[in-house]
Design a protein around this ligand. Structure first.
Ligand code: COA
Length: 152
């Protein structure tokens, strides 16, 4: 129970659908405050993800309001001789943080990855997201690599 009298179970977790894109835009803007978002292009990419077997988008709803979002991609991995789940995005609306929603989203993404026989779940996270790093480490994630990225 939090200060607002809500338990994590009071929030609903749902698979996302095409109709939900508009309400997610605000969350994406919160996740990438420095990135100029092109809504039409992002919507296309989102819709493409919805059609892919290898991707899952989930959102958390509080009284018809989207307050959290998580996404997963299933990768075929030679290293793991099987599949690996990659968490691509995880975001909880600022005023809803610290109420267990992020933990619920993460567990749900892990469960989806397990269902798909993934041997691991992984993610990358920008250097400045120190609180998120602590959040992941406290939930069993181990910082095992650097991520290298190049603009093309
Ligand atoms: C990381 C994030 C998804 C966690 O969501 P959440 O709903 O606050 O998570 P929970 O309530 O389940 O757990 C919160 C835990 O994180 C800590 N925390 C991290 N950032 C916090 C914040 N801004 N407000 C409150 N708690 C925060 C809490 O202290 C708590 O610690 P605990 O492990 O001792 O319980 C959320 O803080 C967020 O959206 N951050 C900004 C976006 C981001 O960095 N995403 C990760 C990209 S890799």
């Amino acid at each position: 129970m939090n200060q607002q009298g809500q338990k994590p179970s009071d929030f609903q977790i749902r698979k996302c659908c095409a109709g939900g894109f508009k309400t997610l835009l605000q969350l994406f803007r919160e996740l990438w405050p420095d990135k100029p978002i092109r809504p039409a292009t992002l919507r296309k990419t989102y819709n493409r993800g919805l059609t892919r077997e290898s991707q899952a988008y989930i959102s958390v709803i509080d009284k018809a309001r989207v307050v959290g979002f998580g996404s997963l991609t299933i990768k075929n991995s030679l290293w793991q001789e099987g599949t690996v789940g990659h968490i691509d995005e995880l975001i909880v609306r600022h005023e809803y943080r610290g109420r267990g929603i992020g933990t619920q989203l993460l567990s749900c993404l892990e469960a989806l990855a397990k269902e798909r026989k993934c041997r691991r779940v992984e993610l990358d996270s920008a250097h400045h997201r120190k609180e998120a790093h602590r959040f992941y480490e406290q939930r069993g994630f181990h910082n095992r690599a650097f991520l290298f990225s190049k603009v093309l």
